[in-house]
Design a protein around this ligand. Structure first.
Ligand code: MG
Length: 440
């Protein structure tokens, strides 16, 4: 069997070592042979993105596809463009939140949605067999320019029902693809102060919007007495919020408060992966909604949302999906939605967060070579009393335990969540010991 090229986040690797121009041409020929039509291409701001974008374009036109080049753009901007055009697919050169030396190739379908695994497998088969579409010299495709930024900004403002506010917002684009959109998008509804908002191949902060990378943003929010801070990842599909006091708001919390706000207007289903904090479930139920769990990964969440006609969904990493806009993570929508919500309530973000149910989470990684065998043993021990949507999730009154093998490393991850911190720590230790013993 061929080694899969696409992981949960598309194709990723170190630029010029694993993701070389030669590789990019070849995978683009496979993508082009499969879709055989008009393809939009965008990239993030990494040093290697220009090189890989040109290689991807060469590969696509060499098998007869026409390319619509959007240049630097957030992933959701390209997805929204696809949803509203009659192009056949999109390719984005990005490694999202990974460090600058990485890059990647992500493919979306004609609606701008993430490919299902079956389609990725077909593209991989074409790649490995070298079974590219035969194209003679006079059948090579053309390259056009696609101006998508303003179209995206207008779409978000309309679909998020944006209104002008008096809020002061500090944004940190991390020198990524968000630089082209977010300063202008947010300026249409609030006073905006921008940090790291010029596109740079070597960013001033790491692309991942975790707390440790956002000290500058947190300090600035407090220093200028802003109402809100927002940070984006490298391709601006995820947004993380900072309260007016400089508190980092976990992705679970932003998921919960937006879900709660939506449920106040209309009851319905909220979809999240099994790795989501129980605070979301508890809050959704408090607000009269239903929660549905999926396997980890945004495409699984989006797929389920469509099936059950959900009103909202998302992941704990700040990837939020608004079906009224599109079925993919969209940081522009998340930003405008939170700003609108704060203005509507004339309240502070810290006060809204205070009202959320509190849980403590302990995350452990346990080295384990034969992870599948160990998972089977745990399953047997536990019997039928767990949820097997993705890994093993054991629910209880006051929290849950999730045991999942890593897709890429010899590691089993354990998440323990409890209302009581000491209890969470103690249970995490018990599971850690159990997995170590079973691994012997
Ligand atoms: Mg991303």
């Amino acid at each position: 069997m061929n080694m899969p090229l696409f992981g949960t986040n598309g194709i990723r690797g170190i630029a010029n070592e694993e993701i070389t121009p030669e590789f990019a041409v070849k995978i683009a020929k496979a993508i082009g042979s499969y879709f055989n039509g008009n393809i939009a291409v965008a990239m993030d701001t990494r040093i290697s993105s220009e090189m890989l974008k040109n290689s991807v374009i060469a590969g696509l036109i060499s098998v007869g596809c026409n390319v619509y080049d959007a240049n630097i753009a957030p992933t959701p901007a390209l997805q929204y463009y696809l949803k509203n055009s009659d192009l056949d697919a999109g390719v984005i050169i990005t490694a999202s939140h990974n460090p600058p030396k990485y890059n990647g190739i992500k493919v979306v379908d004609r609606k701008g949605e993430e490919l299902q695994r079956e389609v990725e497998e077909e593209i991989e088969n074409i790649f490995y067999a070298g079974n590219f579409k035969k194209t003679s010299w006079n059948e090579i495709g053309s390259v056009y320019t696609a101006d998508i930024i303003d179209f995206y900004i207008e779409g978000v403002l309309k679909n998020a029902e944006a209104e002008e506010t008096k809020l002061k917002v500090v944004i940190d684009c991390g020198n990524g693809a968000g630089c082209l959109v977010m300063p202008y998008l947010i300026a249409s509804v609030a006073d905006v102060l921008t940090l790291n908002s010029e596109p740079r191949g070597l960013p001033a902060r790491n692309y991942e919007p975790v707390k440790d990378n956002l000290n500058y943003l947190i300090r600035t929010v407090k220093a200028v007495n802003a109402d809100l801070g927002i940070a984006y990842d490298g391709d601006a599909d995820r947004a993380i919020f900072i309260t007016e006091n400089g508190e980092y708001v976990s992705g679970d919390y932003s998921l919960a408060i937006i879900a709660g706000h939506k449920l106040e207007k209309k009851k319905g289903n909220i979809v999240v992966p099994v790795s989501t904090s129980k605070c979301v479930e508890e809050y959704v139920k408090m607000k009269g909604g239903s929660i549905l769990y999926t396997k980890v990964g945004a495409r699984n969440v989006a797929k389920k949302m469509k099936e059950v006609n959900a009103i909202f969904g998302g992941e704990e990493n700040g990837g939020l999906i608004f079906p009224e806009h599109q079925y993919c993570r969209d940081a522009g929508m998340a930003s405008i939605y939170i700003i609108r919500m704060l203005a509507e309530r004339a309240g502070k973000l810290s006060d809204i967060i205070k009202n959320l149910p509190k849980y403590y989470t302990v995350k452990e990684k346990i080295e384990c070579v034969e992870k599948e065998k160990v998972m089977e043993k745990i399953k047997k021990d536990i019997g039928g009393k767990a949820d097997f949507t993705d890994g093993i999730r054991i629910n209880s009154e006051n929290g849950f335990v999730l045991i999942r093998p890593s897709g890429t490393e010899p590691i089993i991850r354990v998440y323990v969540e409890r209302k009581n911190e000491e209890e969470a720590k103690r249970i995490a230790e018990e599971y850690k010991k159990m997995i170590k013993d079973l691994s012997k």
